[in-house]
Ligand binder design. Structure first.
Ligand SMILES: Cc1cc2nc3c(=O)[nH]c(=O)nc-3n(C[C@H](O)[C@H](O)[C@H](O)COP(=O)(O)OP(=O)(O)OC[C@H]3O[C@@H](n4cnc5c(N)ncnc54)[C@H](O)[C@@H]3O)c2cc1C
Length: 316
């Protein structure tokens, strides 16, 4: 409180000064990039999302340790994103948002094992595996997320899923402790994994020695297939709904007549009915209204309740 009894605010967002101080303490001394009021639309594949109170790109793992410890001390929430399976609501995310964009090292270990830092993108990792003639990640060709996000989501395609390749993960706990966790201790399900709480900063992948030309061919063929069947030229967050048992969500959305339906600039893709695309200026509320329309319509028309694969985060 100020001497006159009023509350100081930081102007831009009208947030109380006290909160701003806690955010500043949380990021104090962090060597990476720190941005207050960072528009998250710049960090999501949907190009949608309100601001993060503060967005941090830690310089390295020690920076993640320091940031998580200080954020915990300030009793602030922390959220990690890669940004490709997310709908961030229009009012953004309170507390600290972390992007691991600077944790991009890949190391080779004996026995066809790769260690990738959490921020390594799947396309980069697959490119590395091809150059080293390591097979086992071809199924993931075309998935744009980070390797850490792919473990947390147990990302998958009809060719395979993350759990097939994960050997162990390195995590920074909410109190800032580094720990390694073997794949046996992780419970993987359909687009989910039960991991200890914290920031995944590295992943060990068990691959196998293969023939470079063969690996490359599978990857190229799958990328072509995706280009032919998915709307890759417009911003999206991949598949919106999980597939119902023995069926495909895209088929259900199309069969119930929702292909092409739109709210504002959010549209059910004409190319793949399980994708919602941002045709320009879509807001999170446009996407949410469209999702609601599709889900209630499908319950009414087909009696099927589609579950979300997309993660919805942030303040309403
Ligand atoms: C064009 C397109 C195609 C896609 N195709 C596929 C596909 O074929 N199969 C598929 O499964 N997915 C697909 N996706 C979705 C997405 O790429 C995957 O779900 C991916 O696993 C998300 O990774 P991410 O790093 O972007 O994580 P985000 O989407 O940002 O986050 C997902 C969840 O993981 C958490 N998280 C992320 N990073 C960390 C971390 N380092 N530590 C702790 N928690 C973390 C987040 O907090 C959130 O809860 C596609 C997306 C697009 C845009």
């Amino acid at each position: 409180m100020a001497h006159d009894g009023s509350m100081h605010t930081d102007g831009a967002k009208g947030r109380p000064m006290r909160e701003r101080r806690r955010l500043e303490f949380a990021v104090a001394g962090v060597r990476g990039v720190v941005r207050f009021n960072a528009p998250l639309k710049e960090y999501t594949s949907f190009h949608i999302g309100g601001p993060a109170d503060v967005l941090v790109e830690p310089a390295d793992v020690e920076d993640v340790v320091q940031l998580t410890r200080q954020t915990h001390e300030q009793k602030l929430p922390i959220f990690v994103l890669g940004g490709t399976n997310l709908l961030v609501r229009d009012k953004g995310i309170r507390g600290v948002v972390v992007s691991l964009g600077k944790l991009r090292a890949i190391k080779e270990e004996p026995g066809s094992v790769l260690y990738a830092e959490g921020g390594v993108g799947m396309p980069t990792l697959i490119g590395h595996a091809i150059r080293r003639s390591l097979a086992g990640l071809e199924w993931a060709a075309g998935i744009p997320g980070t390797v850490a996000g792919c473990v947390v989501m147990n990302a998958g395609t009809r060719l395979g899923e993350m759990k097939d390749s994960v050997k162990a993960v390195r995590i920074v706990s909410p109190k800032g402790a580094l720990m390694d966790c073997s794949a046996e201790a992780i419970e993987f399900g359909y687009r989910r994994a039960t991991l200890p709480k914290g920031v995944v900063v590295g992943v060990w992948l068990q691959l196998r020695s293969g023939v470079r030309a063969d690996i490359e061919k599978v990857v190229k063929d799958y990328l072509h297939y995706r280009r032919d069947t998915q709307p890759l030229t417009l911003p999206s967050a991949g598949c919106v709904f999980k597939n119902p048992l023995n069926d495909s969500a895209g088929r259900v959305v199309e069969a119930t007549g929702f292909k092409g339906t739109s709210v504002g600039d959010a549209q059910v893709s004409m190319k793949h009915a399980n994708f919602i695309v941002n045709q320009g200026q879509a807001s999170a509320s446009d996407v949410l209204s469209l999702i609601k329309k599709i889900r209630t319509g499908i319950v009414r028309k087909a009696g099927i309740k589609l579950e979300l694969e997309l993660k919805i985060v942030g303040e309403v």
